[in-house]
Design a protein around this ligand. Structure first.
Ligand code: ZN
Length: 169
């Protein structure tokens, strides 16, 4: 089921999310819905608070527009190691449509998470996947791209965003 994507500044996007308890049928149904919603919105990542559910869970699939779908679901994800090397890239967000922000992040991260079968996973991510994983992980702490840029850039992006929200569509 496609769920409604909450748009910034919806307060749910600024909330620190609660850990997921048991990975049960409700969590699996939520993850399914989030993937369906992400693909329908032509996104590469979506966190639970973006569909109004303040739980520590996100989905991502960075390469589906160029190849086969490879959906990833991360429950209670943690970044256990981040490279000292940084990389800056332009990031969009399904909750801040029309806006891209240049954000600097670790170039590589090691993540640990629980999968939909309840078992623990760890993986090292680089390139676009590292960026996406950190972007989605931020959502679980109520952080969006606008919180990761300078006050001057933020003011400009907020003005742009308000203009495109209120202008003719
Ligand atoms: Zn986002």
């Amino acid at each position: 089921m496609i769920r409604e994507i909450r748009l910034w500044p919806d307060p749910v996007l600024a909330q620190v999310c609660e850990p997921v308890g048991a990975v049960n049928q409700h969590v699996r149904a939520l993850a399914d819905d989030m993937l369906e919603t992400m693909y329908a919105a032509k996104g590469r990542g979506l966190a639970a608070p973006q569909v109004g559910v303040p739980l520590r869970l996100f989905v991502m699939d960075c390469g589906w527009k160029e190849g086969d779908r490879a959906p990833q679901v991360m429950v209670n994800p943690e970044i256990v190691e981040a490279s000292a090397e940084r990389a800056a890239g332009l990031e969009g967000c399904l909750s801040i449509p029309g806006i891209t922000a240049e954000v600097e992040r670790a170039a590589e991260v090691t993540m640990r998470w629980t999968g939909l079968d309840g078992s623990l996973f760890a993986g090292r991510f680089s390139g676009f996947e590292a960026i996406a994983a950190q972007h989605e992980r931020d959502h679980l702490d109520g952080i969006v791209t606008l919180d990761r840029v300078s006050p001057e850039v933020r003011a400009r992006l907020e003005t742009e965003y308000r203009a495109c929200r209120s202008g003719p569509s």
